[in-house]
Design a protein around this ligand. Sequence first.
Ligand SMILES: [Cu+2]
Length: 473
Amino acid sequence: MSSRRDFFKTAGMAGGAIAAAAVSRVAMATLPEPISQQSAGTMPPLPAPDGQAYNPVVTLNGWTLPWRMNQGVKEFHLVAEPVVREMAPGMKAHLWGYNGQSPGPTIEVVEGDRVRIFVTNRLPEHTSVHWHGQRLPNGMDGVTGLTQPAIAPGKTFVYEFEARRAGTFMYHPHADEMTQMAMGMMGMWITHPKVKHPLIADVQRDFCFLLNAFDIEPGSYTPKIMTMLEFNLWSWNSRIFPGIDSLNVRQHDKVRLRVGNLTMTNHPIHLHGHEFMVTGTDGGAVPLSARWPEVTTDVAVGQMRQIEFIADAEGDWALHCHKSHHTMNAMGHDLPTMIGVDHRSVAEKISMLIPDYMVMGDKGMADMGEMEMPLPDNTVPMMTGQGPFGGVAMGGMFSLLKVRKDQAPGDYSDAGWFNHPPGTQAYEWTGTLPASAHSQDAGHSAMPLMQKPSTDVEVQVRKPQASSAQHKH
Ligand SMILES: [Cu+2]
């Protein structure tokens, strides 16, 4: 996350200037040159063009595709191709995406814009692009075989329609979807309102990202495309914590998050320290009378949720999926729970045969975050991340909303860790503790418990806090 600030200094936008740059007459007669992105960092927003006023979106660990104006039509060029995506420092994945990255770039236009998108297929198999949620002519809907022939490898197709409805949309192939979406082919599309919309608020910060998931064996690079549910990498824009940038805002900014889900399961997205309203879905803006406050919103498969809040509370606030397995990185799921089991002596014996054998989690799994375990190349620890007060022991779908008084308007750089004012932080109690009063009551029941015949069972129990105490019962 710390590389973000450097990035803003140096990147200067991969193609930001290109949208406005003069395009030669020869180029105008042909397709717009495809623009490719090398970095997996969060790119600065692409400023609104002259004559169009909107606050541009910031794509988390992503970028916005520059375009050119050709006789009143905004022209984009998407290239479907194999890419190498850094999912977090230390881990790269061989994915399929668009224009050098997975997900593809965000397409950002204004309601009423005429949009022409050239799609070139550099994949080894045919593809198409479906514009999820858009109002468009049926023949532009991108469903292979149904509304168009497939785009064969090496071919380029042209999609053209008017961006009729303001809102948040997604794009993805409608061709061998199981493979192509498991490989990372997807992107976002934002259509801003042309004039002031009664249900679409002006905001100071507008972030968007897609929820996606991969099954990549530790040490390997290519997702297993047959996986239906047991994914091991839960990502935002194909990034996993600690590789997901923080969302940096100024205190009292009105903030909008647009989150689309193209995984195989739902994700309850939870924000700490603030309440928000769900102000929109892929179907459009939610009427004011139908909005209610939340701190977690579930984003189901194939859905988008747009949330808004005033970032009035300073601090480093966690923002994450509330499914606890989705805030972890690659792991095996078939491990037994070892809490309370003293398996040290067994481990010693196994270690004689397997030197790298690891004793896992006899007090829980948090130790895993700090464990110096041998990892294969090209993977990241299951739980990791170093906060200002120690290990965060997180992974996957986890990031931070950083709210700062002195974050300049339009500045998206990371201000570092929050400096807690004195007296506002949890602290250790060092006084004496009262003896706890144990209840003798096992609890009430509508029916008496069945009396089980007692059997002699010998169990070795090690209490979590007292490593030396062993009790025989
Ligand atoms: Cu989740």
